[in-house]
Write a protein that binds this ligand. Structure first.
Ligand code: NAD
Ligand code: G6P
Ligand code: MN
Length: 441
């Protein structure tokens, strides 16, 4: 059986150890000969890499391992690039969240002005990684889950239209895991779903079991009362603030009981609620720095000290196994049906054909084939047209270095009440992002 070579880009990510354990757990389905880490922060990556090297030596010493900040070393001889970079790291995420909140606007990693600011930072970083991949391993595929995925996907459509890049998100996976629990199925894979929207901005319109029975009524009954809060949940979104988000899906659902919503819609449909329930001094970035980042780096340091990963607290990121499913679909032409962020191209009949939409696709060796969705209702269409315009304007602003377009983008976001507030936030974001954004004129 062929064995694959992978580079994890953003090797210093808090998600890297969980992904490595997940890859090790799936070696029978997806054999690996070489695993490399690439990051532009050597010190951060080294801690994670030294710990992961110990894990690899214990579990699969035959896999060649290398951690590097040298692009040529990293991207030479690879079949897959798994990318999860965060340009500006948590320090900038904190500002993305706190600057809008100061103006009583949603402060969120991927939504509203914070997501736009993050997008303006991410585009350059992602294009750089695509270019390294194409220079050193032109046959490789990039599986990208770096955020904000909607803006990154639009940027790759505009600026690298022929590159082998697949943009993916784990939120529907997490929600579907909960849906499966609600209807008493072992796995979300026992459900067949129809879903449409943009990234972090979509709806399920049908969910059936393998015999074709409609599962929507039972799930709706649950969501009406508890949102997506369940007894077990998924293995990633475990903090209390996530629980609040899953519960709030109840109110989002009420707006259109014919579909089931993505959790992220709360930021667009209930921004006043979100702002009123935010702590302006202590946002999700602080929670993550005090929680996941501390735990992951603390655990890595313990492994390095003991030179052993025995009894270590790292756990397999089961939710992330969809990344292996995607790699397998490409490598073995499995024709698996998966949600991906792809150019609409007529799949949603009454929506911009150039919009990057999140819809089910059949994935094989030649990439994704989107499934036809047909016409979507006016409510979703209206919301999506506004949001896709935000995403397109951000990418145009980045390409042209246009202050005007970025101001328009922020103004158009449903999270922002006026052009004046948009300008005030933009001017502060420009100050904060001097090191990362192109110059705007
Ligand atoms: P993190 O800050 O812990 O890790 C990101 C790493 O990227 C850091 O080590 C940083 O040094 C590195 N990096 C930054 N810029 C880089 C560049 N230009 N080149 C190479 N490396 C660079 O962040 P995290 O919380 O672990 O999240 C990582 C990423 O994964 C984020 O973009 C996050 O939004 C994304 N994510 C996406 C999904 C999804 O559904 N698509 C799910 C979870 C996380
Ligand atoms: C979900 C989304 C990701 C996002 C993550 C944030 O999984 O799909 O796109 O990055 O949540 O989680 P965090 O714990 O960093 O707030
Ligand atoms: Mn996501």
């Amino acid at each position: 059986m062929e064995k694959f070579s992978i580079v994890i880009s953003g090797g210093g990510s808090t998600f890297t150890p969980g992904i490595v354990l997940m890859l090790l757990d799936n070696l029978d389905k997806f054999p690996i000969r070489k695993l490399k880490f690439y990051d532009n922060d050597k010190e951060r990556q080294d801690t994670i890499a030294q710990a992961c090297e110990i894990i690899l030596n214990e579990q699969a010493p035959e896999i060649e391992f290398l951690a590097t900040v040298d692009p040529k070393e990293a991207f030479t001889d690879v079949d897959f690039v798994m990318a999860h970079i965060r340009v500006g790291k948590y320090a900038m995420r904190e500002l993305d969240e706190k600057i809008p909140l100061k103006h009583n606007v949603v402060g969120q990693e991927t939504c509203g002005p914070g997501g736009i600011a993050y997008g303006m930072r991410s585009i350059g970083g992602i294009l750089e990684i695509i270019d390294y991949m194409e220079e050193y391993s032109p046959n490789a595929w990039m599986l990208n889950y770096s955020n904000p995925a909607a803006i990154v996907a639009e940027a790759t459509r505009r600026l690298r239209p022929n590159s082998k890049v697949l943009n993916i998100c784990d939120m529907p996976v997490g929600i579907e895991t909960r849906m499966a629990e609600i209807v008493g199925l072992e796995s979300r894979k026992e459900m067949n779903v129809r879903y449409y929207g943009l990234n972090h901005f979509g709806w399920w319109s049908s969910i059936t079991d393998q015999e074709g029975n409609d599962l929507m009524p039972k799930i709706k009954e649950h969501v009406q009362e508890y949102g997506y809060v369940t007894d077990i949940g998924d293995d990633q979104h475990v903090d209390k603030s996530w629980n609040d988000t899953f519960l709030k899906a109840r109110d989002v659902y009420e707006l259109d009981p014919t579909t089931l919503p993505n959790t992220y819609l709360k930021y667009y449909l209930f921004p006043d609620y979100v702002v009123n329930h935010s702590d302006k001094e202590h946002t999700r970035a602080n929670e993550v720095m005090e929680g996941r980042e501390k735990v992951v780096f603390g655990e890595a340091k313990k492994i390095i000290e003991k030179q052993s990963a025995k009894n270590c607290k790292f756990h397999i990121d089961e939710h992330a196994s969809y990344i292996v499913d995607l790699a397998r679909a490409i490598a073995y032409n499995t024709q698996e049906r998966m949600l991906l962020i792809v150019e609409n191209n007529g799949a949603i009949e009454n929506f911009d054909s150039t919009g990057m939409v999140e819809i089910p696709c059949i994935v094989g060796s030649n990439g994704p084939e989107p499934i036809s969705i047909g016409k979507i209702p006016q409510f979703q269409k209206g919301l999506m047209e506004q949001q896709v315009s935000v995403e397109k304007l951000v990418v145009e602003a980045w390409i042209e270095g246009s202050y005007q377009k970025l101001w328009q983008a922020i103004t158009l976001s449903k999270t922002v009440p006026s052009a004046k507030v948009a300008k005030d936030i933009l001017d502060e974001l420009i100050e904060a992002n001097q090191k990362f954004w192109p110059k705007l004129g």
